[in-house]
Design a protein around this ligand. Structure first.
Ligand SMILES: [Zn+2]
Length: 398
């Protein structure tokens, strides 16, 4: 048997029976879903970016014979030295090369370049996010330096977004940094947020959160919120169709305890800014966003060491997201896995496209279900959706 390693695609060596390198790669492609398209561009023709090593020696002839106990390693050529820089991320099971490509192609907006924005942007840039937007109208103050660790004394008085942007640009040249040296307001939010895929909130006031929430619902953007005070922090991710900030928190006054009045432990900002970055990478890296847990509120108190997860649901009467309509496709694999929970969270404003009779006779209750042929659906998803529904406005989760 020959051991085949393909980092980022198969997590541990796979043993196959083969007499040549190409036979081994054909065999592993037959055994593991998704391997074939990464290795081959035609029948038994390796892609030019596939680099093969036999017992750690580069092999140029795929007909090279192999013996029992030989090891084949497959590496993918990536331009710009990406593999070396991001290798520990690429070999993660839920990210891999495809996930890393999505991370590189993504545009993430971080609102607030302070205690949360500092660590969140550092980790997002380090992960190779394609475009990182930074918006903050505040200036660095001496009292910020104990927790906003990207800033130096010499930065006091400078705009936070501009200064953090310069630091990130010099340290992480792969990420394009776009800076907005202003506050996010009702006037500029739609224009700015529309340029990005995901929003991270690092601001410290309810007003900004409601602005982000309103616009994110309208533009169907996912956003990741965190808040910290004292020793306590909270993290919530809001995904289109799954409820919004208003569903969870209702109406909040733009007042109350602040870090200025109550204080905040510096490392708490590091913990929650990092959690925000981790959540974004989880969303971007994952091939199926429905497997990313949502509708939970994660809380940690660093003094007691207690961490909790609380669940919440979309409010059907929410004045912000209550009117939204959704088209969701359901496949057989969804029914067979825990993804089914995703569908149980929908209500009558949703519409389900039942792909190739995945639901069978299963009822979705009050949610309208339209049976769809998968091949037709792949060829022209928009036509299928419009034929199935006379709704003029919908958000599609496929
Ligand atoms: Zn809502």
């Amino acid at each position: 048997m020959v051991a085949v390693n393909i980092p980022g695609i198969v997590q541990t060596a796979v043993l196959v029976q083969a007499s040549t390198v190409i036979e081994a790669l054909v065999e592993i492609s037959a055994q593991r879903e998704g391997v074939s398209k990464r290795l081959f561009q035609g029948k038994h023709i390796l892609r030019p970016t596939v680099i093969v090593f036999l017992n750690k020696e580069r092999v140029f002839d795929s007909a090279t014979p192999v013996d029992d106990n030989d090891t084949i390693d497959v590496i993918f050529a990536i331009s710009g030295g990406d593999y070396t820089r991001y290798s520990r991320q690429i070999i993660l099971q839920d990210i891999g090369y495809d996930g890393h490509r999505r991370i590189q192609a993504s545009k993430v907006l971080v609102v607030g370049a302070g205690g949360l924005g500092n660590p969140a942007t550092m980790y997002l840039s380090a992960a190779g996010i394609g475009t990182l937007g930074l918006i903050d109208g505040d200036h660095v103050e001496m009292s910020n330096l104990a927790r906003q660790i990207a800033f130096h004394e010499g930065d006091v008085g400078t705009n936070k977004a501009v200064t953090l942007g310069k630091r990130l640009s010099s340290q992480f040249p792969d990420t394009k940094i776009t800076v907005f040296d202003e506050h996010l307001t009702n006037d500029n939010a739609r224009d700015i947020i529309s340029k990005f895929d995901i929003v991270v909130n690092g601001s410290d006031n309810f007003r900004t959160r409601y602005v982000i929430n309103q616009v994110s619902v309208e533009l169907h953007k996912t956003w990741v919120d965190a808040s910290v005070i004292g020793y306590d922090g909270q993290l919530v991710c809001f995904s289109p169709g799954m409820g919004c900030y208003r569903c969870l928190f209702g109406d909040l006054p733009d007042s109350g305890d602040t870090c200025e009045s109550v204080g905040v432990l510096g490392p708490l900002c590091g913990v929650f800014g990092s959690l925000q970055a981790a959540k974004v990478l989880q969303i971007l890296g994952n091939h199926d966003i429905r497997t990313v847990p949502s509708n939970s509120l994660f809380r940690i108190n660093l003094m007691s060491g207690v961490a909790d997860n609380f669940s919440w649901a979309r409010d059907p009467d929410c004045p912000v997201c209550g009117h939204e309509q959704f088209v969701v496709s359901v496949h057989k694999s969804d029914i067979e896995t825990e993804h089914y929970e995703f569908f149980t969270s929908l209500d009558e404003r949703s519409m389900v496209l039942d792909i190739d009779n995945a639901l069978g006779t299963m009822s979705m209750g009050i949610i309208p279900v339209y049976k769809v042929n998968y091949q037709r659906f792949l060829e022209n998803p928009n036509e299928v959706i419009h034929k199935s529904s006379d709704r003029s406005s919908y958000h599609c989760i496929l």
